[in-house]
Design a protein around this ligand. Structure first.
Ligand SMILES: NC(=O)c1ccc[n+]([C@@H]2O[C@H](COP(=O)([O-])OP(=O)(O)OC[C@H]3O[C@@H](n4cnc5c(N)ncnc54)[C@H](O)[C@@H]3O)[C@@H](O)[C@H]2O)c1
Length: 340
């Protein structure tokens, strides 16, 4: 059985979760860790018995390195992704893929040019609840979907922003409550509703002293003709829920905190109550998240490599979510709707 060699760039909160996820997968092995700070790379490498690097070139030169996991601040994903793709490595990139559409496209082109695969982490697509909802929609059980919305009512304290040199900055976070936190459920909304045609948004920093928004809202018209809403905040003390509300002509499914809260489809009321695979949701703190959906996404990526197929979440999907969020920002600034 081939063991895929993984390397991690960035050893912060999510880099550590990636290392843990890789250690739980039978045909994956962490072989290399890169950090500009060599001590940080060494700490992780020691724990997982692999090599540490502070030179990107030497890191990428490892012959047993197949996949590079990019876990650095969002506005740095592109530079690492393009360099790794040019070295022939497959890419798993944390959300958001990058913070501009142009950077996302550079990553997509580099992958095509070098014939490597790329998946953008959006782990909640692997929640049982979302898998069940997606299947019900594909099977036509909800009928025509006419209304779909998502909500992320979370809380991040002032310390969260102050203690980081990149969170809450335009340059490296690329936005706030929408680009960093709400993007998970925004991706789910796009996954089940399809592309957005037009958006009207309003964003503001209302309770935090940050340059990006801590609260954002948007009205959506999907290409299908359906309507929808996005609400996201990191100011809802002490941290509440994420929610995806999908209404079709045959009924409604509501997912709350990654679980099915209501499954009301004509003829099969409340048949599908999903298991709590993710007891932890990240509502109050970024490290309070379950590892299970990440492991599932890593496994999906390995299957894509083995079978030479597309992963469930592509770089294009990653770009689509960023494109929508940037359109909300643009609309908020202009005070008028934006067409996508
Ligand atoms: N999927 C999820 O649920 C999830 C959760 C949290 C974070 N994330 C994403 O993961 C990424 C990292 O977030 P985090 O919370 O781990 O951040 P973090 O601040 O905890 O860690 C970032 C790491 O990158 C390193 N770093 C900082 N600047 C760098 C640079 N210019 N070049 C290279 N390395 C640099 C830091 O030393 C640190 O090791 C972000 O894109 C974020 O959106 C995803």
């Amino acid at each position: 059985m081939k063991k895929y060699g993984f390397g991690i760039i960035g050893t912060g909160m999510i880099g550590k979760l990636h290392a843990n996820a890789i250690s739980r997968i039978e045909n994956a092995k962490l072989v290399a860790v890169f950090s500009k700070n060599y001590d940080n790379a060494c700490k992780m490498a020691e724990k997982y018995n692999c090599k540490a690097f502070s030179s990107m070139e030497e890191f990428l030169n490892q012959s047993d390195l197949d996949v590079v996991s990019i876990c650095t601040p969002s506005g740095t994903h592109g530079e690492y992704a393009v360099e790794a793709a040019n070295a022939g490595k497959h890419l798993l990139i944390e959300k958001p893929i990058e913070i501009t559409v142009e950077k996302a496209e550079e990553i997509i082109s580099a992958c095509l040019r070098n014939n490597v695969k790329c998946s953008v982490i959006s782990q909640h697509r692997f929640d049982d609840s979302v898998i069940q909802l997606k299947k019900a929609i594909e099977d036509g059980k909800l009928g025509r979907i006419y209304f779909g919305s998502c909500f992320t009512k979370w809380y991040r304290n002032d310390e969260y922003y102050k203690s980081s040199n990149w969170k809450g900055t335009w340059k490296y976070d690329g936005g706030g409550a929408l680009m960093n936190q709400s993007i998970h459920y925004i991706d789910l909304l796009l996954y089940v509703m399809g592309d957005v045609a037009e958006v009207y948004g309003k964003c503001a920093a209302l309770l935090h002293d940050i340059e990006v928004e801590d609260t954002g809202v948007a009205v959506l018209k999907f290409k299908s003709g359906a309507l929808g809403m996005i609400e996201g905040t990191t100011a809802a003390y002490p941290g509440f829920y994420t929610k995806l509300e999908i209404h079709g002509e045959n009924g409604t499914v509501i997912i709350e905190n990654d679980l099915i809260k209501h499954w009301s489809i004509k003829g099969e009321e409340n048949l599908h109550i999903s298991e709590a695979v993710n007891a932890e949701t990240g509502a109050s703190a970024p490290d309070g998240i379950s590892i299970v959906p990440h492991v599932r996404q890593f496994n999906n990526f390995i299957q894509a490599l083995k079978n030479d197929t597309a992963p469930l979440i592509t770089a294009e999907d990653g770009k689509r979510a960023v494109e929508l969020i940037l359109a909300i920002y643009e609309s908020s600034k202009k005070g008028s709707p934006v067409l996508l």
